[in-house]
Design a protein around this ligand. Structure first.
Ligand code: GDP
Length: 318
């Protein structure tokens, strides 16, 4: 019951957070799908709506191609009939395999990757607290003190070195501690210095080598954290990191209050790496598993009776 309520609260916050994107989209959608014919203009206007929502060129093209195919196959004549089709095409593209979360039930080392300021520390703190609440033995590791506040809040142990310490040394100590304490999940803040590609690649490879060598029984899960408010920049960061290291999943933070919500769709489609978690605020409960159905509904669904709740959550400042 409490869980149900919490989920509803998260969804309402997600909708509120995405309201900026949605306000744009819903208005354009009404125009686009209100057209009288399915013609080049119709497709162009639809394309423009997606680009405006930061869905990215490639993804937009894919969705439009998918729609054209459906329209042809099903002999659809009415623009209005395309709306559901578009929404379903996007949902299908975003679907996340259940095995995406298998690492949570194994002995795992979660490497949290991303540039400074995107929300790595916060994400680790939220995950740690949630895993602990689920009865898991959690350990955090970082080369910064910042994570200590979260360790206290989440009531989990932390292995930390001074700021600027060699991240590989942090991993080395953390792995030893995780083994000694029979930890279920070790969350590692990788410090995120995107100084240069070669250094970053070497650093991440070194961390992985230490884990494979010293803790072969552990499963390694590399999550990249991206700031949802940065739109196409987030996509670019994800591309750069995916060029230097294998990524298992994406976390998109700060989806509360951005007009760039379409970026989640673009990133997943273009990198073929699933979005596994999204953040819609700074509290522990504000990070959840990504639910493509809910997300796409929150982005594209018409305003409904929840609108008053959303207005309340948005307040006057949006
Ligand atoms: P790091 O440098 O990557 O470790 O980033 P931090 O975890 O320190 O986060 C940077 C800022 O983003 C902090 O002020 C966080 O409170 C904030 N932040 C992180 N996730 C979210 C989120 O989902 N929503 C909002 N509004 N703020 C967030």
């Amino acid at each position: 019951m409490a869980e149900e309520k919490e989920k509803k609260g998260f969804f309402a916050r997600l909708k509120a957070g995405l309201a900026k994107t949605r306000d744009n989209i819903v208005e354009s959608f009404t125009d686009v799908f209100g057209a009288s014919h399915i013609d080049d203009d119709f497709y162009e206007n639809l394309e423009e709506t997606f680009i405006m929502a930061d869905m990215g060129y490639e993804t937009t093209e894919k969705v439009i191609e998918g729609l054209k195919q459906k329209v042809e196959d099903s002999h659809i004549k009415e623009p209005a009939a395309c709306k559901e089709l578009v929404i379903n095409i996007i949902k299908n593209q975003m679907s996340v395999d259940d095995s995406a979360y298998d690492f949570e039930n194994k002995k795992s080392v979660v490497l949290v990757i991303g540039v400074n300021g995107v929300g790595k520390t916060t994400t680790i703190g939220k995950l740690a607290a949630q895993y602990r609440q689920r009865g898991k033995k959690v350990l955090m590791a970082a080369a910064i003190d910042q994570l200590k506040t979260w360790a206290d809040r989440a009531q989990v142990d932390i292995i930390s070195h001074n700021e600027g310490a060699d991240p590989a040394a942090v991993v080395y100590d953390a792995v030893a501690a995780a083994k000694a304490r029979d930890t279920d999940i070790l969350l590692v803040d990788t410090a995120g210095r995107l100084h240069n590609k070669k250094n970053l690649m070497d650093e991440l490879a070194k961390m992985r080598r230490i884990i494979t060598r010293d803790y072969p029984e552990a499963n390694v899960e590399a999550l990249i954290v991206l700031d949802g408010t940065t739109g196409q920049n987030a996509l670019e960061q994800a591309r750069q990191f995916s060029n230097v290291t294998e990524l298992d999943g994406i976390v998109i933070t700060k989806l509360d209050g951005t007009a760039k919500g379409g970026i989640a769709i673009a990133i997943q489609a273009e990198l073929d790496v699933p979005v596994k978690f999204i953040g819609v605020g700074e509290k522990i409960g504000d990070l959840q598993r990504f639910d493509p159905q809910e997300y796409v509904n929150a982005l594209f669904a018409d305003f409904d009776e929840d609108r008053s709740e959303i207005d309340m959550l948005i307040g006057d400042d949006m």
